[in-house]
Design a protein. Structure first.
Length: 71
């Protein structure tokens, strides 16, 4: 999301969310941001969030496509 320009539908499918709507709901619930807002806010060439960021790899490990949706 941060470094690519693929549409949300494509990212959702490649990430295993099943649909863009599911990915949007998980982002909104978990991060309080839509995927496009996340991309705009964190766009960079980094492969991990900045130090001290509220976004961590653990966030998606807990709520990724293989985990039950927290909705």
């Amino acid at each position: 999301m941060e470094a690519g320009d693929d549409p949300v539908d494509t990212v959702a499918a490649q990430s295993g969310f099943g649909s863009a709507e599911t990915m949007r709901r998980v982002f909104q619930h978990t991060l309080n941001l839509a995927p496009t807002a996340y991309r705009a806010r964190f766009r960079s060439t980094r492969t991990s969030p900045p130090s001290g960021s509220p976004i961590s790899t653990n966030t998606f490990n807990r709520c990724g496509p293989s985990a039950p949706l927290p909705i």
